[in-house]
Design a protein around this ligand. Structure first.
Ligand code: GAL
Length: 351
């Protein structure tokens, strides 16, 4: 997709609503492109150690491609419930809510009419701030309450792309949001495998999963396992440690419990560095957990990056059915707030 994207390739109508493309930029030349279709990151251009700008986010250069291809969560805002809910149902205030299943009997990422499929209204306040708004109606995919959601993207001069989520419902409901950007810090031109990236995750524990990638309910220590990223190691090194849990995710597709001084604190979650380009990302969040997912894209996906990883900050998967997990209940009239920052940096010296 090169250093630019054609806005006209994103201007169409989906479900009667107009889609568009917006650019955020700071004073250092770091830029991001976001479409209001799914409140989704389309591209992030950042320099490498030689000052070469490249796009490090998986995306397409035409909106049609987003509609035609099967990677539907690319860069998107995900909700009402990011990650999986077992048997697509939960109980709240004594009522059983049945959700639309979209992965076998389970629900993934909010269901077929999740936030990623909505056309959001967008308001660009300044060259570095974009505010997107959407109403998820009472009963959408089985969720109770009319839910007003605002997502704000801010790209500051510290090269941090901050995403703030705010929401209010008119009935008690559940909510778990994330952003689903797939990164490859080698960029489009590098075409390198992300498994050579060096990862640090601030987590002593992770959630083991079953074959459906749903948590089995217990928390497990990472110490001495493939999931121990408390000291930096490459994904390749972690995979070589060959933990049996890696079979379920075909590699890493697991939820890490972030070590926090206090719940809801905005604290460092993870960092990832590509030793070749020198590009790095540091993730900070108010959320208690993070799904670390890495994958290879099939050739027929037509994507700009061959392999990628996601750092999806969020509450734990299947929380509504797991009494021991932090609550994802949003009471009627209460304001939900969550914030995650992706800070980009460049290592000038060879690692
Ligand atoms: C991730 C999830 C993966 C996969 C992906 C979407 O958040 O952990 O299992 O479903 O989304 O392709």
């Amino acid at each position: 997709m090169g250093k630019d994207l054609a806005i006209k390739n994103f201007q169409t109508t989906i479900g009667g609503e107009k889609t568009d493309l917006f650019f955020l930029e700071n004073h250092h030349g770091v830029r991001a492109a976001v479409t209001n279709y799914g409140a989704r990151v389309v591209a992030i251009w950042m320099p490498d150690k030689n000052g070469e700008l490249d796009n490090i986010a998986a995306g397409y250069s035409r909106i049609e491609d987003y509609l035609e291809h099967k990677e539907i969560y690319l860069g998107a805002t995900v909700g009402r419930f990011a990650n999986r809910i077992r048997d697509a149902k939960f109980t709240l205030n004594g009522n059983v809510y049945r959700l639309s299943p979209n992965e076998g009997y389970n629900q993934l990422h909010g269901g077929p009419n999740g936030f990623h499929q909505q056309v959001w209204t967008a308001e660009q306040e300044s060259p570095n701030i974009l505010k997107l708004h959407c109403l998820s109606e009472d009963g959408t995919d089985g969720y109770p309450g009319n839910l007003e959601v605002t997502v704000t993207y801010i790209l500051d001069d510290r090269d941090e792309l901050t995403i703030e989520y705010s929401a209010v419902s008119d009935k008690d409901t559940i909510l778990n949001v994330t952003n689903h950007t797939y990164f490859n810090l080698g960029g489009e031109t590098g075409k390198r495998k992300v498994r050579n990236h060096r990862v640090t995750i601030n987590a002593d524990q992770y959630l083991p999963v079953d074959e459906h990638l749903l948590p089995v309910g217990k928390k497990e220590g990472v110490s001495g396992t493939s999931f121990d990223f408390r000291q930096p190691k490459t994904m390749k090194e972690g995979l070589a440690e060959n933990h049996h849990q890696l079979e379920h995710g075909d590699g890493y597709d697991h939820h890490f419990i972030l070590k926090k001084k206090a719940s809801n604190n905005y604290e460092q979650a993870a960092s990832v560095v590509d030793p070749f380009s020198g590009r790095g990302i540091e993730v900070t969040t108010t959320e208690p957990g993070m799904q670390f997912f890495e994958c290879e894209f099939a050739d027929e996906s037509g994507l700009n990056l061959g392999s990628a990883f996601c750092l999806e900050t969020q509450h734990f998967p299947d929380s509504p059915n797991q009494p021991g997990f932090p609550s994802t209940v949003l009471k009627a009239g209460d304001r939900f707030y969550s914030k995650t920052g992706y800070q980009f940096y460049v290592l000038k010296v060879e690692m």
